[in-house]
Design a protein around this ligand. Structure first.
Ligand SMILES: Cc1cc2nc3c(=O)[nH]c(=O)nc-3n(C[C@H](O)[C@H](O)[C@H](O)COP(=O)(O)OP(=O)(O)OC[C@H]3O[C@@H](n4cnc5c(N)ncnc54)[C@H](O)[C@@H]3O)c2cc1C
Length: 362
């Protein structure tokens, strides 16, 4: 039996950040089912993240890791004519387009450097209460590993059901899905340093140039509205994107050759209720997940990774008020997010009779 103060399930941005902040003080086991972070969509980091990275002593490494500045958010939303929001108007300056995989590898490595034990690939196959703490069985390559811990942090992302048997229930607010492909960019173009979103009758498009020379092209709609042919065929996906002249211009710097079908992932908003219980805490998407239109998920993962670790440390010192404050903070974040999301979707009034938009009208 191995003993830890905290076991963190999920070594994505939230879990690794929680480990970074808790491991200097406590025995922390960080577990992830994948050996190394996957290559995935989601590369726009909000400007305010710099403050968090600074506070956690992560900025110096971040600045060395080849992430590129994100200056402009362009959108054709509510009108055919794109408008721009420039980061010059943001008190925190510019955001970043991440080398997403490198970003996550760095967070995992920093967690280990600060004292966390990383076990990957591994995943919990049994979790039960034992006195004031927990017994956990992890499946890993060398056979089952039995672990006891005082506290469990669920950082397993928006689909995590780890804490369901212990009273946590997940409420999904919608059924948003994202289908996406990567292209390879040629020469540098004017769209570098920008993101572009465009609303269309049944959903919206997103594209941005990543620092690794690729361009992502993503389509968002509800699960029941996603055309099956689009998900199966790269050429039909590209053909649909090509129907918009503005979008075509935005992606013209990239070649989307290849035969791979678009990848499809869940992108719905959800909340875990409650986000904190006896001996457990959720952070990142596992606690609250956001519509990608908000570009809020990574900032939230860093913030809740930090805030949950601070609340857990306080509770180890005998003060549970930190956990209650953390839960209250999540409630207010969710309320503000829901309000902002409704206002943003409410700006699109051209297709109010289309199911996707009707579902999102205030
Ligand atoms: C289409 C799309 C686009 C997005 N774009 C952006 C963007 O541009 N900007 C932005 O800020 N956010 C974006 N996001 C959101 C962002 O990706 C997430 O908010 C962020 O990844 C959350 O981090 P996390 O650590 O909470 O969860 P995840 O990143 O989901 O990490 C969870 C980790 O837990 C592991 N795990 C899960 N279950 C288990 C288990 N049972 N055992 C062991 N390990 C487990 C997984 O392998 C994974 O490593 C986007 C999301 C989507 C869907």
């Amino acid at each position: 039996m191995h003993e830890f103060d905290a076991v963190i399930v999920g070594a994505g941005p939230a879990g690794a950040t929680a480990a970074i902040n808790l491991a200097p003080f406590r025995r922390v086991l960080l577990v992830d089912r994948v050996a190394e972070p996957a290559d995935r969509i989601g590369d726009s980091l909000a400007p305010a993240a710099r403050r968090l990275l600074d506070d956690m002593g992560l900025w110096v490494d971040f600045a060395k890791d080849g992430h590129s500045p994100w200056y402009v958010a362009r959108s054709a939303w509510g009108s055919d004519f794109p408008t721009e929001r420039d980061s010059i108007a943001d008190l925190d300056g510019n955001g970043w387009h991440l080398e997403r995989k490198r970003f996550e590898i760095r967070l995992r490595k920093t967690a280990v450097d600060r004292g966390a034990v990383l076990l990957a690939p591994a995943k919990p196959i049994a979790l039960s209460r034992s006195g004031a703490g927990w017994l956990l069985t992890l499946e890993q390559s060398q056979g089952p590993l039995h672990v006891s811990t005082r506290l469990v942090l669920d950082c397993g992302g928006r689909a995590s059901s780890l804490l369901k048997p212990f009273g946590a229930s997940r409420r999904a607010d919608d059924r948003l899905l994202c289908a996406y492909v990567f292209g390879v960019r040629g020469v540098p173009s004017q769209s570098e340093g920008s993101t572009y979103v465009e609303s269309v009758p049944d959903g919206w498009w997103y594209t941005s140039a990543s620092p690794d020379g690729r361009r992502v092209l993503a389509w968002h709609t509800d699960a029941d509205l996603m055309p099956a042919n689009l998900v199966r065929s790269r050429s039909q996906f590209l053909e649909m994107a090509g129907r918009s002249r503005s979008l075509s211009a935005e992606i013209a710097d990239a070649s989307f050759d290849g035969v791979d079908a678009p990848r499809v992932i869940a992108a719905y908003s959800s909340a875990l209720t409650p986000p904190v219980g006896a001996g457990w805490v959720a952070a990142g998407d596992a606690a609250l997940s956001f519509d990608p239109i908000s570009s809020q998920g990574l900032f939230h993962a860093l913030y809740t990774g930090l805030a949950s670790a601070a609340a857990v440390e306080r509770s180890f010192l005998g003060d549970d008020s930190g956990l209650n404050d953390y839960a209250a903070r999540l409630t207010s974040i969710n309320a503000a997010y829901t309000r902002n999301l409704k206002s943003w979707y409410g700006l699109e009034r051209r297709w109010r009779d289309h199911t996707f938009w009707r579902r999102r009208q205030i």
